[in-house]
Design a protein around this ligand. Structure first.
Ligand code: UT7
Length: 329
C-alpha cells in the first residue's frame, strides 16, 4: 500500500516586508539580496500571530478542499522549529482549533527538512493500514527568531505555512520512495543556541542575542547543494529514473543559486524546477508545501507526473521524496 497526497493548501500572512524596507534597518541592498539570494519580498506575521494561527488556516483549507470533516482526521503532524510554545505542541493547538476530536497530534523538529520528515512519518503511518487520513503541515514563524541586526540571516527568512492530507492510494501511484538523512556534526553551522535545556532563557542569553538563528552561510550553501543533489540522484536511480524524467522538482527555497545548482547537478531541465523564493523568502518547514500548493493551483502538476521534493537544513538534516502524482486517487 502506498500513501498519496489528496489535498494541498498554504497560507502566508498578509503583511509584506520588501528588500527596500529592510535597507532601512540593516546594511544591505535590494540589488544584493536579489542577485545573491533571489528574494524580492517575504511575508511576515503581525504581532500576536503565531505558527498555530497560520497552520489552522492551512488545516481548514485542507479539509474544505478534500471535503472531509475534522472528525475524520486520525493524526496531525506539524514540522516546525518555531512552535507557539515549548509545550504544548503547535499540533495540539491546531487540533483544538479545528475540533479534530479523534486526532492525536504532535510536532516534529527537523528545521528546513521538517516537512519532508513529517511527510515520511505520515506516509509510513498510512502504509501501516491503521490510519485513514493524516494531516501534515510545515510551518515556521521565522521572524520570531530573527536578529534584524544580522544581515546574514534577517534578509533570507520569512513566515508561512503549507500542508497536505495523506491517505492510502487506490493505485500504484503516490509516494514512491524517500531518502532522509541526518548529520549532527553540522549542529554548529546553523542553530538557535538558547531557550532550550542547555541554555535556558536568562538575562545573559538575551544580552548575548542567543535566542536568534545564526548560520555559517557559506558552509550551509555548499552542503545544501551537494547533499540535496546526492540524495535526489540516488532516489531517482533507485526508481529507474533520471533527472530528465522529473516533471516537477520542488526543492527547499533557501537561495535561488542553491536551487539552480541542485537542479543542474541532478540533470533536471530548468523549466521543471519550481522557484517561488522571490515572493516568500525562506519559510523553513513551510517552503516545500507552499510551493507544492502553488504548483497544484497553477496546474503545473498532472496525475501521473513524477514530482521530486528535496530539502536541506539545520541539524544537518536533508532528504528527498519522490511522488507519482495521484491527487484524484
Ligand atoms: O535553509 C537553510 C538555511 N540557510 C541557507 O541555506 C543559507 C545558505 N547560504 C546562503 O544562502 C548564502 O551563503 C548567504 C545568502 C547567507 C550569503 O551569500 P554569499 O554569496 O555566500 O555571501 P558571502 O558570505 O560570500 O559574502 C559576500 C559579501 C561579503 O562582503 P565582502 O567581504 O566581499 O566585502 C559580505 O559581507 O557580501 C556581504 N554580505 C552582504 N552584503 C549586503 C553578506 N550579507 C550581505 C547582505 N547585504 N545581506
Amino acid at each position: 500500500m502506498k500513501a498519496t497526497i489528496t489535498s494541498t493548501a498554504h497560507y502566508v500572512p498578509e503583511k509584506v516586508l520588501t528588500n527596500s524596507e529592510l535597507e532601512k534597518f540593516v546594511d544591505t541592498s535590494d540589488e544584493w539580496i536579489q542577485s545573491r539570494v533571489g528574494i524580492k519580498q517575504r511575508h511576515v506575521v503581525n504581532e500576536g500571530e503565531a505558527s498555530s494561527d497560520m497552520s489552522t488556516e492551512v488545516a481548514k483549507s485542507l479539509l474544505q478542499k478534500r471535503g472531509i470533516s475534522p472528525n475524520e482526521i486520525d493524526v496531525i503532524i506539524i514540522g516546525t522549529v518555531t512552535p507557539d510554545h515549548p509545550t504544548p505542541s503547535t499540533a495540539a493547538i491546531v487540533q483544538n482549533n479545528i475540533k479534530a476530536k479523534n486526532a492525536w497530534a504532535f510536532d516534529l523538529s527537523a528545521a528546513c527538512s521538517g516537512f519532508l520528515y513529517s511527510l515520511e512519518t505520515g506516509a509510513r503511518f498510512i502504509e501501516s493500514g491503521k490510519y485513514k487520513y493524516i494531516m501534515v503541515i510545515g510551518v515556521d514563524t521565522m521572524t520570531s527568531i530573527l536578529d534584524f541586526k544580522d544581515r546574514e540571516t534577517c534578509i533570507i527568512f520569512g513566515d508561512g505555512a503549507g500542508g497536505v492530507i495523506l491517505e492510502a492510494s487506490k493505485s500504484n501511484s503516490g509516494i514512491l520512495g524517500s531518502i532522509l538523512k541526518t548529520d549532527g556534526s553540522g549542529a554548529e553551522s546553523l542553530n538557535v543556541l538558547a531557550g532550550g535545556s542547555k541554555f535556558p532563557a536568562s538575562i545573559d542569553t538575551i544580552n548575548q542575542r542567543q535566542h536568534y538563528i545564526k548560520q555559517d552561510g557559506k558552509k550551509v550553501f555548499k552542503f545544501a547543494i551537494r547533499k540535496m543533489s546526492d540524495v535526489s540522484t540516488q532516489l531517482l536511480k533507485e526508481n529507474g529514473l533520471s533527472g530528465t524524467d522529473v516533471d516537477l522538482f520542488i526543492p527547499h527555497q533557501a537561495n535561488k543559486r542553491i536551487i539552480e545548482a541542485t537542479g543542474e547537478r541532478c540533470g533536471i531541465p530548468k523549466d521543471k524546477v519550481m522557484i517561488n523564493i522571490d515572493k516568500y523568502g525562506n519559510t523553513t518547514a513551510g517552503t516545500i508545501p507552499i510551493a507544492l500548493n502553488e504548483a497544484v493551483e497553477k496546474n503545473l502538476i498532472s496525475d501521473g507526473d513524477y514530482v521530486l521534493l528535496s530539502a536541506f537544513g539545520s541539524g544537518f538534516t536533508w532528504g528527498s521524496i519522490l511522488i507519482k502524482w495521484n491527487s484524484k486517487n
